[in-house]
Ligand binder design. Sequence first.
Ligand SMILES: Nc1ncnc2c1ncn2[C@@H]1O[C@H](COP(=O)(O)OP(=O)(O)O)[C@@H](O)[C@H]1O
Ligand SMILES: [Mg+2]
Length: 316
Amino acid sequence: MPSLEAVKLTKKYGDFTALSDLNLKIEGVKCVGYLGPNGAGKTTTLKIFTDMIRATSGEALINGHSVHREKRAALARVGSLIESPEIYPSFTPREALGMIAEIRGVPRSERKQKIEDAVSEVKMEEWIDKRVGKFSKGMKQRINIAAALLSDPDVVILDEPTTGLDPRGMAEVRDIVKSLKKRDRLIFMSSHLLPEVSDVCDEVAMIDHGKLLVYDTLANVTSKFSGSGANANVVEAGFSREVDGVSTIKAIESLPNVLAVDRIDSKNLRLTIKAGIEVQEQVLSDLAALRLGLVSFRPSSSALESTYLNLIKDTL
Ligand SMILES: Nc1ncnc2c1ncn2[C@@H]1O[C@H](COP(=O)(O)OP(=O)(O)O)[C@@H](O)[C@H]1O
Ligand SMILES: [Mg+2]
């Protein structure tokens, strides 16, 4: 079974700790999202896993082999996309991938087949002999993913593969990433976009300020950490005036069916309330009756989103 493991992984850049005592064990055929805001330490982690940089302490293991001490064995079955340089525009995918295959030591006799397989996996067969200069960013990124697939890896590491693409390019790349699991692979994909991770991945590891916050299935993270689960809803209420005074928040908290009140900013609150549309209706009318200047009341995009925000908030 493919696996990735971080053991007390720490990375310091001078005095600054980018990654702090990260412990994470991922095993099996699945897609795991590595979710965190910009600067969280995602790229740092993925670079350590691919031996582009060295950890200050701790260890990264792939398929049970230490990336640092047994690089060859650890990386033999790994394909990665981290900060890929632009493909030279006058090359075709076949030419560009041919060079990469050669550099990586794919035997000459296997190259043609491996290149065609990888290109078909990213659904670019029709473009294999066209010049890359004419491609959209999304198409170029699909070729970069094909490059990661050249050695038919069982662990695929992707660093924010949709960043910088237009919405259509993002959707195309997400579809490709979803399909990569079919060949018994473990996919580890970083992203700062929660909706992307919940669309593409089976599990999520959340990181912020170099610390792992949680690693679990999407479903478990949603129900365990939102403090709500199936029995509660999260709504966001907006006001025309400041409502973050202690007495105002206390007044809202003491309304029937209100379970928790969190401040988003001085004029916006996140309310966890009991589930049910009647409850929503009643809380809305109670809230309006407090005459605090209520101007909006809408369900929070998802319980997972509030989980993400709550977890990140606690580390600020
Ligand atoms: N080479 C470096 N030297 C100094 N600081 C760095 C270096 N690389 C990254 N950092 C810092 O480490 C933190 C984590 O960076 P990174 O791993 O790139 O985060 P992410 O990929 O989650 O956005 C950031 O605060 C970043 O500024
Ligand atoms: Mg990054």
